[in-house]
Ligand binder design. Structure first.
Ligand code: PHE
Length: 497
């Protein structure tokens, strides 16, 4: 049996009281170690040697959540409602009175549900009940329970199971935390180890060239090396996972021969939409979907483009198209907004370099009026790109996207027919992930109504993909918000990209 120095230290400590069941704190104090990792590691090896028994106790702690803290301070909803009811005359205990009371709508709805559960019912708009004592009693029982958690987490085995179950079904009142605590105790064999065998030994942890030359390694004791032993995780800095992902995408496009372009968040509706032949009556242009700005309210657009977009939108100009018809509003085209997609950058790039073949990409933030939920945020990023050259084609577009996603680790890509006002043909791009096809973005060949006004007749392969969607796959997240919450613990644990 070869024990390492840590195992020797731990045994020396435990042998001072051979029958004792040791907890973590006691071992730390007695060994002088500053990190529980040493106890875990040495304890494990001693267990493997049959010298120590380890016992694990799993415990579940309950504490007050955000709502629970509020309830403890202001009273539980049922307790406040009950007080309100008790203070009113019989004929005044009505739903109408409740609806116009100090209680907010967000409280009266769930509140009525809770009261019903307690035995209050509604009869032609009146709140009625028979056993008010029982109701009061149950409410105090609940309030006392909440109060009993106000001092900090309590082991759930000391709590009333019924009430724990009741409050866990109400959102935000309770929080749960599992913990495992271990104890260590010497086995018979462990008790019989001689203290004198446990002195620190000089062990060789690393062979140096010098030792090899002078043969001093012969007969020496070597430190056993366990590559699977738990070690403290160094808490150094790291890049935010989103930033690493952006870097990786950037290097993939650069390696595929693309150059990077950028653009401003604030744009004119003209470049963001009219240049892309999005009709001025398109629903996505309304305030519900787009953030229009009041300062600046307007972004000037070169007359040259306003002229030509008017013609294209009204009757197709000389593109062979019939246009959208109606009247093109130049003021509308100069409204300032937060860009809703990064396609504004690529279309501008062509307008600025019409006769130059180009392959460019950009990764940028875009803004849309979205309600925040698991898969939506009002600010997100797109991975945009174009191939603008005489021989650009749909197969070239598909191959480029397939190559890109294969390099990112997703070799199965498919395209499906789609519609965008500015491309023809248009394609939706999906990738295969754990047996499911997930939609990642749109693509297509810009229509002549887009390309001709900006001075080119070459075909343009174009695409715009969601970055956050891809990030969720790469990082294994199921909620987009996790990407941007400043939860250092979680960010630190996210996979390296
Ligand atoms: N702009 C589109 C979007 O935001 C994506 C797209 C880009 C589609 C380029 C076709 C061509 O969803």
């Amino acid at each position: 049996m070869v024990l390492g120095n840590n195992e020797r230290t731990m045994l020396r400590a435990m042998i001072t009281e051979p029958q004792k069941v040791w907890n973590l704190e006691e071992i730390l104090t007695s060994t002088g170690w500053g990190d529980q990792v040493f106890v875990a590691g040495a304890g494990k090896s001693l267990e493997e040697e049959g010298l120590v028994d380890i016992e694990e106790v799993h415990r579940n702690f309950v504490s007050l959540g955000q709502e629970g803290l509020k309830a403890n301070q202001d009273g539980l909803l049922e307790s406040r409602l009950w007080e309100w009811i008790s203070l009113r005359d019989l004929e005044d205990r009505t739903m109408n009175a409740l609806m116009t009371s100090k209680f907010d709508r967000s409280e009266t709805g769930p509140g009525i549900g809770i009261l019903k559960g307690l035995g209050v019912s509604i009869d032609s708009g009146n709140l009625i009940f028979s056993d008010s004592k029982a109701i009061s009693k149950e409410i105090s029982r609940r309030s006392e329970f909440i109060n009993s958690l106000s001092e900090g987490p309590v082991d759930s085995s000391n709590l009333d199971d019924d009430l724990v179950a009741h409050f866990s079904s109400r959102s935000g009142l309770l929080e749960f935390e599992n913990s495992v605590s271990r104890t260590w105790k010497l086995t018979k064999k462990g008790c019989s180890v001689e203290y004198s065998e446990l002195s620190e030994v000089e062990m060789i942890g690393e062979l140096t060239p010098k030792m090899l030359q002078n043969n001093s390694w012969k007969g020496a004791e070597f430190k056993p090396f366990d590559v699977s032993a738990p070690v403290p995780i160094p808490s150094g800095g790291r890049r935010h996972p989103m930033q690493s992902l952006i870097e990786r995408i950037r290097s993939v496009f650069l390696e595929m021969g693309f150059s990077e372009i950028e653009g401003d968040y604030v744009q004119s509706a003209g470049w963001n939409m009219d240049a892309l032949y999005i009709p001025q009556s398109h629903p996505a242009r309304t305030m519900q979907d787009t953030f229009y700005l009041s300062d600046p309210e307007k972004v000037d657009v070169d007359e040259k483009y306003l002229d030509i977009w008017s013609k294209v939108h009204e009757y197709g100009h000389d593109t062979g198209s019939k246009g959208w018809g109606g009247y093109f509003n130049r003021d509308e085209a100069q409204k300032a907004l937060l860009r809703t997609h990064t396609t504004v950058n690529t279309v501008k790039h062509i307008a600025e370099n019409p006769g130059v073949p180009s392959r460019v990409f950009g990764i940028g933030r875009v803004f849309r009026q979205e309600t925040i939920d698991r898969t939506h945020m009002p600010e997100f990023h797109q991975i945009e790109g174009i191939i603008h050259e005489p021989e650009a084609s749909l197969p070239m577009l598909v191959t480029t996207l397939k190559t890109f996603y294969a390099k990112m680790g997703y070799p199965d890509v498919r395209v499906r027919p789609a519609y965008f006002p500015y491309t023809e043909p248009s394609a939706e791009v999906d990738i295969l992930w754990r047996g499911e096809w997930l939609e990642l973005g749109g693509s297509g060949i810009f229509r002549p109504e887009v390309t001709e006004p900006i001075g080119t007749e070459w075909p343009v392969c174009a695409w715009g993909m969601g970055l956050e969607r891809l990030a969720m796959l790469v990082l294994g997240l199921d909620d987009i918000r996790q990407l941007y919450q400043p939860d250092l613990e979680r960010l630190r644990k996210m996979p390296l990209i």
